[in-house]
Write a protein that binds this ligand. Structure first.
Ligand code: PEP
Ligand code: MG
Length: 574
């Protein structure tokens, strides 16, 4: 049946493909066929991953910190037992042989079966153990996926699929990076939730807030995702299909043209240089940033290293990840934001539901409440600073004492490294995110203690307008052009620039083509965005005359009527 659903578009473009209905566990594991002659090697790959997961658990058990809770050892033991049980160590091997499927898929199939059985158990303690099965399986999956690229055949199959899900968490979205789907649509989700931000970074057309997609669409049904209009067309008729195929090839052509700008210097018509940086979530995102010609990393959301796992990454593991990014960027600056966990990015196992997580123990508040964990991250960042140009960025500041405490911990981390003769950049710069209205309003207080600032407009809008960025019921109220938001953004850029403190925008506003000239007119000279958006923004910068946009931007600021604001913005962009 031919029908159309409307939602909020996350990223531009058009994609045509077949529906693939997913749950999270299925997302973790791609499904592909193994040629008959490679089946035994696949079984061996599975065995090696189970061995590796068990060795990891043994190593963890051998180094249990003295202050770890007593249950920690028992929990590791249980996971080792689970992995030793034939239902997980043998049955998937049989599935690989019988169905000639890949190891990840066989493992997830078996896990789902076991979890179902556990869900039927009356005893609530035993029923809860299904979470242990899932965590133990995740460890094996991680070992399987480490360094294992999907075969080309599986990738080209995936490009023809459009994921249809009820909702996806930021942690789920990270798993997306292992896949190469053509697009995705969800029933839930706001447009600047972290899920949405990650979706944009994938550069594939995506729509959220469709409400009934998951229940109305059937597996394999033909879909068109129109990311330009926020429209999903289910089972299109041939005329509509032909029209969209044409649109798709036009967009491909535009993308290819943009690629020619990769090495062009980003500057306005009058020659003013504009810094274009990339936002990344994982070290694997660096090639895309370099490919888009990014001059550096303006925001590395380090918390994504902490998701999709049952434990915290150690200092060494973090150091390796940070160093990988810093080295790959070859001397270009890398801004590492300290852990912004909480709200929609909860750590695994943190089952406690807080009354209002976006305003709770999130980001710097969480880190200051967990100083040992924070110190480990700071040491890892400092160690990486020896290998390139690293800056530290503190998220969600609202009080000066948070900056002072964080700086004291940076100092302590430096002392600890110095005592161990570990090299690091002693003059490392520490900056702060301006993403709470209080920080924007009391800016000079922060400027005195920080080396640079970065405007987190996603949260700044959320907190200024009191709109939960993850809630699609209020997504229509989320407005970067609200006069209060524009006043805070413009004032921050102006005050910081006058005070000689470098300021960037790293929220989604920086990658929004409609706003590029407005921000340039406010005086912004440093933009950090997803690599997928960078070349289009560069093209806009190259076609901007500062002398023209500055007075118009000031008029936008003075406009008190939303219709007038939009009219002036249209003029700016004409
Ligand atoms: C922001 O809030 O604008 C930002 C860049 O940080 P995040 O989206 O990760 O909260
Ligand atoms: Mg933020």
């Amino acid at each position: 049946m031919n029908f159309v659903l409307h939602g909020a578009s996350l990223s531009r473009g058009v994609t045509i493909g077949h529906a693939h209905l997913v749950s999270t566990a299925r997302l973790e594991a791609a499904h592909y066929e193994i040629p008959a002659q490679a089946v035994e090697a696949e079984v061996e790959r599975f065995d090696a991953a189970v061995r590796r997961a068990r060795e990891e658990l043994a190593a963890l058990q051998a180094h249990i910190p003295a202050d770890a809770p007593a249950e920690f050892g028992a929990f590791l033991n249980l996971h080792r037992m689970i992995l030793g049980d034939s239902s997980l160590s043998q049955v998937p091997r049989e599935l690989i042989r019988a169905r000639r499927c890949n190891a990840e898929w066989a493992l997830v199939q078996q896990m789902e079966k076991l979890v179902e059985q556990f869900e039927e158990i009356d005893d609530s303690y035993l029923r809860e153990r299904k979470a242990d099965i899932q965590q133990a399986v995740e460890r094996v999956l991680k070992a399987l996926l480490g360094g294992h690229a999907l075969p080309e055949a599986a990738l080209s199959e995936e490009r023809k699929l459009i994921v249809v899900a009820h909702d996806l968490s930021p942690a789920d979205m990270i798993l997306f990076k292992r896949h190469h789907f053509g697009g995705f649509v969800t029933d839930a989700g706001g447009i600047t939730s972290h899920t949405a931000i990650l979706a944009r970074s994938l550069g594939i057309p995506a729509i959220v807030g469709l409400h009934i997609a998951r229940q109305t669409i059937r597996e394999k049904e033909l879909l068109i995702v129109d990311g330009e209009q926020g429209v999903l067309i289910v089972d299109p008729d041939p005329l509509v299909l032909a029209e969209y195929q044409l649109r798709q090839s036009q967009l491909d052509l535009e993308r290819q043209k943009l690629r020619r700008l990769k090495s062009a210097r980003a500057a306005t018509v009058d020659g003013t240089a504009v810094e274009l940086l990339a936002n990344i979530e994982l070290p694997q995102d660096v090639p895309e940033a370099l490919d888009a010609g990014a001059e550096g990393i303006g925001l590395f959301r380090t918390e994504f290293l902490f998701l999709n796992r049952g434990d915290l990454p150690s200092e060494d593991e973090q150091f390796e990840a940070y160093r990988e990014v810093v080295e790959a960027m070859g001397g270009r600056p890398v801004v590492l934001r300290t852990l912004d966990i909480g709200a929609d990015k909860a750590l695994a196992g943190d089952g406690e539901v807080r009354p209002n997580p976006a305003m709770g123990l999130r980001a710097i508040r969480f880190c200051l409440a967990e100083p040992q964990m924070f110190l480990a991250q700071l040491r890892a960042i400092l160690r990486a600073s020896h290998y390139g140009k690293v800056r530290i960025l503190l998220p969600m500041l609202s009080h000066l004492h948070e900056v002072e405490q964080a700086l004291a911990l940076v100092k302590q981390a430096k002392q600890q490294l110095a005592e161990g003769h570990v090299p690091f950049d002693r003059r490392i710069e520490v900056g702060g995110m301006i993403e709470i209205p209080a920080a924007a309003l009391a800016l000079p207080m922060f400027m005195r203690r920080l080396d640079f600032l970065s405007l987190g407009t996603n949260d700044l809008i959320q907190y200024t307008l009191a709109i939960d960025r993850t809630d699609d019921a209020v997504a229509h109220l989320y407005d970067p052009l609200h006069p209060a938001v524009l006043a805070l953004v413009a004032k921050t850029i102006q005050t910081a620039t006058r005070g000689g403190v470098p300021v960037a925008v790293c929220g989604e506003m920086a990658g929004d083509l409609k706003l590029t000239r407005l921000l340039l007119g406010f005086g912004l000279r440093s933009f950090s965005m997803h690599p997928a958006q960078l070349l289009a923004i560069k093209e806009r910068v190259l076609r901007t005359e500062l002398a023209e946009v500055q007075p118009l931007a000031q008029r936008v600021l003075r406009a008190s009527d939303p219709a007038k604001t939009r009219e002036l913005l249209a003029k700016l962009n004409s």
